[in-house]
Design a protein around this ligand. Sequence first.
Ligand SMILES: O=C(O)CCC(=O)C(=O)O
Length: 281
Amino acid sequence: MAASLRETTFANGVEDVLSALDADGGVVVHEFLSPDLLDRLRADMQRAASGREFGSASANDQIRNFWGDKTMRFTRLATRSDAFFDVLTHEGFLAVADNLLLPNCGSYWMNTGQMMILAPGQPAQALHRDGENWSRVLSPHGFEVTISCMFALEDFTTANGATHVVPGSHRWDDYSRQARPSEITQAVMPAGSGMIYTGRVIHGGGANTTDAWRWGMHLSFVLGWLAPEEALPLAAPWDAVRAQPQRVQQLLGWRSTTIGGGNAHLWSVDYEDVPDGLGLD
Ligand SMILES: O=C(O)CCC(=O)C(=O)O
């Protein structure tokens, strides 16, 4: 049987999303972004992408290859898009993250919010697991370290580079095993859908063989006691988050994270919660 991902909507309940994630490690969620939110995101991201270069400036070959010479990436989405806050606080996605991450941390934070735009000619990315960022705590029989969603801001097709996914690879006993071609599917989905996937499932960007850009937006969360990929408070300074609810401030690194059942904290200033330590209003 050909590899495939289940498809659902949050209208079917968070439990449905969680059970698909448990079985396959990834799930396509339709109608994730409302038409209005999608329009606002598109406008913000088109503005932010305008005039930007493709590819990485890194001197490191591996970083450049992984980034993709014909891939445009940028983060700092909270400073580039008001609409992004509505994605960050999406109740359904936060409920999924609560379920998968809170058993192993006092709070989690954003790992990164990142545009991943594939230009024509971008080859497929190397397959990987996002949890490899924290490889010492990634294990076949371990817990979830990170949870991600790839949002389609325009349709994702097999031809324009819809994300490759290996359903069930989160459950493999041997994480050094390579995926066979027959085990790989693609997250083909219309604009406004998102593919939620755990840090333990093998995936990677597809090849863009069309003449149009593939507009993907990634949002991920990581356990609060691990360093996120994005330098959160540097990327979204206090001015960008001061008017936001406390939950948003915490997701963006402007609050401490608790450990030991709430009796101690990490990521503090003068050993106080961040705004108190800094005397911020
Ligand atoms: O572009 C994609 O579809 C996936 C990219 C990805 O997994 C990554 O850059 O870590």
